[in-house]
Design a protein around this ligand. Structure first.
Ligand SMILES: O=C[C@H](O)[C@H](O)[C@H](O)COP(=O)(O)O
Length: 219
């Protein structure tokens, strides 16, 4: 396993302490979340089930024999564990590098505790070096791109990619996100935008960061 993968696994391992008996656990998407899924398999008999934030995670969970439930029947979730593309010490995040941002935002919103797991390289002073993913309705693609240009961002269509919801992703370059709460709201207002990959209005509650000196937790 590469060094980067070992760090991701260490963060995922630290998140297991938040899993309690009989819980329905919200499970995210991406390489860090995959480690969490693989580790969760070791305690599958203790949990009631999971809600997945993407088809690909649902498939990985099922392969481990972990029950995957529909959010509509699961109701309010006690816990959601997922990775991030960038995180600040205020626990504001950029997510959606894997294109799963909409379902991730829904599961995060429906969860009492959102535990974000990441290696130290994801910690930044200001969000925006990672191109900000925005999920858009296909017919609004050009309109949304023009609106983003007016705001100073450089939108780029994610080529050959369709989300689990049948939509497109615009990755916005050239953003220096000084006020993530405000920008999340502004971008959300553009007609045709489904979800913005800034998680600031519903930030993480706990950020587990793993580095070469071990694992630390920000709250
Ligand atoms: O859409 C994908 C998710 O937001 C991921 O949590 C994010 O891209 C981080 O992925 P990874 O753990 O692979 O860096």
């Amino acid at each position: 396993m590469s060094n980067a993968d070992q760090l991701k696994k260490a963060a995922a391992e630290a998140a297991l302490q938040y899993v309690e008996d009989d819980m329905i656990v919200g499970v995210g998407t991406g390489s860090t979340a995959n480690h969490f899924i693989d580790l969760l398999a070791g305690m599958k008999a203790r949990i009631e089930g999971t809600v997945a934030s993407s088809e690909v995670s649902a498939e990985r969970l099922r392969k481990h024999g972990i029950p995957v439930m529909d959010l509509n029947s699961a109701g309010q979730l006690p816990l959601y564990v997922d990775g991030a593309d960038e995180a600040t010490e205020h626990l504001h995040l950029i997510k959606g590098g894997g294109g799963a941002l909409t379902r991730e935002k829904i599961v995060a919103a429906a969860s009492e505790k959102f535990v974000c797991i990441a290696d130290e390289s994801k910690l930044v002073g200001m969000l925006g070096a990672f191109p900000l993913p925005v999920e858009v309705i296909p017919m609004a693609r050009s309109f949304v791109a023009r609106e983003i240009l007016k705001m100073g961002g450089q939108p780029e269509l994610r080529q050959g990619f369709t989300t689990d919801n049948g939509n497109l992703i615009l990755d916005i370059h050239n953003l220096h996100i000084a006020n993530p709460v405000e920008l999340e709201g502004q971008l959300n207002q553009i007609a045709g935008v489904v979800t913005v990959g800034i998680f600031a209005r519903r930030p993480a509650d706990v950020l587990i960061l793993s580095g070469k000196d071990g694992v630390r937790t920000l709250r």
